[in-house]
Write a protein that binds this ligand. Sequence first.
Ligand code: PHE
Length: 462
Amino acid sequence: MTHGNAPIEQTASRHGTWRSRGTFILAATGSAVGLGNIWRFPYVTGEYGGSAFIVVYLVSVLLLGLPVMMAEVALGREGRHSPLITMQKLIERTRSHRIWLLIGWSSLLSGFLIASYYEVIAGWTLRYALDYSGQAIGLLPGTTDVQQVWSAFLSSPGQLILFQTLFVVITMAVIARGLKRGLEKATTLMMPVLFLMLLALLVYSLLEGDPAASLSYMFKPDWSALGVNGVLAAMGQAFFTLSLGMGAIMVYGAYLPEGVKVPSTVGVIALLDTLVAIIAGIALFSIIFAHPELQPESGPGLLFITLSSAFEVMPGGVLIGMLFFFLVGVAALTSLLSIVEPTVAWVVEKYNASRLRVSITVGVVVWLLGLGTVFSFNLGEDVLIFFGQTFFGFLDYLTNNILLPAGGLLIALFAGWIMPREVIARQLSLEGRAFLTWQILARWIAPAGILAVLVYTWFSAG
Ligand code: PHE
């Protein structure tokens, strides 16, 4: 008979382990903090009734996000491999059904799909950051018509491809250098810079913007604007912003040293992620509301049109614009690393291939797939063959509304019901009541919440 709680066969992944709890926190926070915090969070908050939305979002982070995040780290550290091979090993050990391999396969699929559009949008931030840098040193002229610059940029596939390519090359160069020299070095270097840039932006926005208007937009509860849609959007946002459901956190967990306590560590990551989202929101709207002629747009326009228009006329706007778009670019880069790592790690393990070669190959595939998103904004704008959406619209919908929640649901169920209690309790260093609380959340509460989101998505799409 196999014992589910047999001693761990491996105490380290072949890719290495994070130097410390701190480097894991920086890397995982880097994964969590991304376009979801700086661009999506502010505008969905505004749309769904300010603090009413934030309350539901915080509750979702606690009841849905944290238990699933703990489950991902626990499974990853127990398996010590890429999500797919980790799942193979855990399925063998628990003699459970191979259907659970879906967790591993969907992590690969989501990774490719998300990476393919994330790199394109991240490329936009790079273009804006470089453009503002050029203006700052007097190389480029200032912009007179922000809206026109934006439309011209989006309608030029050549330009979009140029910045997409740059972003993929940077990302894969970091990944190719491996865990220690690549991921760990890059995130420990970039995350403190990101926090500093965010702080500078906040201070500037408080001095030059209209913080009172921003605070009332973000925090005045309007329960009538929330509705069922708002509640579900808050749950979905909690999930996306914590990078859950696609093995990103699982693979980072596979590199976590033994002995690091998971619950408090995961708590710090979720807290930092939430703080960044709220600070970014306050700063953004404070700057925008200082200009009554500007309407906060939703969607990509919020950053690239509304905010850019504000920077054009504000004192030091060029420098702050540069700072801001570098900030978003760095946030996107540290997220993208975690989106491709599960796939790269898997190919390296499966084919015993060199990381450099795998990184180049994965980079090329992601880049090719990304062309679909590039053309969704120009040549293929009217090609709505993907359930009535552009290619980009379809990918965005499929990953955020279906694949990630479904992945998270399976992860919660597998960790909660299939894995032996002792193994998870040991991984989470929880016992008694505390463990029971996690178990109830992972077995019942989180799955019920996620299922509600999935079912609703299904019917509202029909
Ligand atoms: N959490 C990232 C963000 O907020 C996105 C992400 C999703 C990263 C899934 C990894 C995995 O932008």
